[in-house]
Each structure stands twice: as C-alpha cells, then as structure tokens.
Design a protein. Sequence first.
Length: 198
Amino acid sequence: MVGLSRLLASMVLAFLVEPALIASAVAGPVDMTPINAMDRAAFVVKFGAIFEKSPWVAEEAWEKRPFANLDDMHGAMVAVVKNAPATRELALLQAHPDLAGKEAQAGTMTASSVAEQASAGLNSLSPVEFADLTHLNSTYKAKFGFPFIIAVRMHTKEGIFSEFKRRLRNDTQTEFANDLQNVYIITRLRLNKLLDAD
C-alpha cells in the first residue's frame, strides 16, 4: 500500500511540477541504444504520432540524439515545440480533437486519442453530458481559437467538466500555456505507453 501511495504522490507532484517526471513514476528503464541507432525516417515512423498529427516534432527532435534516457528524449521533443514559432504551436494545438466531438462521432480520431478519451468515459456520455460538452467545446474554441486540451488519463469525467468550466474563465495567453502544458503531459504518457507495448 505504501508503494501505491508513493506512486500516486509522485504522479500528482509530476503533474504540478514537471510533466517529464511522470516517466519516473510510471515507466521503467528503457534501452536507448536501438532508439539512438534509428535513422530519421525510422524514428519518425516510430515516434511521429506522439504529438497529435505533428510528426515534425519527432523529425526535429531526432537531431538531438543520442538521448541519455527517455526523459532526455521527451525533453528534446518538448524543446522542439517550445522553440517553434507561435503559429506552429497553434497548429499543434488545433490538430487536437474536441473532447467527444465531431471526430469522435465520425470515428476519425487517432488511436491514441480514442483510448485516452475512453479512459475517462468520454465515449459513453449521457445525452445531457454530451450536450454540455458540445457547448463547452464550442464556447472554448470561439473564445480562444483552439480546442480545450487536457490530459484525460489524469482526470475523472467529472474532473474534466470541472476543469473545462474553470479554464473558460482564463485569458487566451493563460489557456495557450495550459494547453501546451497538457500536451507535454499527454505526449509523455503516450511515449511511456508506446514503449511499454514493445
């Protein structure tokens, strides 16, 4: 029980302090030798989907090899985004689907987004919840110009609704930063999941 408490405490601290710390709380050591040996094309094939529909992140991060560990690799990917022009960061945010939105209904979301949204029960909303979420999505996008992004694996369905409503009160600059911070958490969790599956 103590081990579980420590794990949960580490994840909460990681969420508050630095998304890359999620790795030490979740993933075990990863042999970086085969990753560092990949050519650019193989690296992009393997890791290009970590950032939603934005393989340019992996393509540019590849240049920072060799990576000492998974933290270093994810840090290189995050640095690519942080050093990108604001227009490219905006395009990255806009590549994300609305929560339980049109892409979910049409079945056109990426496999990662489908699994993430299902983990929080967003694939089985009641009609009232679905209507509320649709309204929140459209209100948020109309106000900020990009979709609401949240690391759904770190929240309950109720927590997501609460956070959505709270963040709607923010200004655009704050929400741009919030969305990017959540992207960094989401991508670290995706990276862990991808490498755990190998």
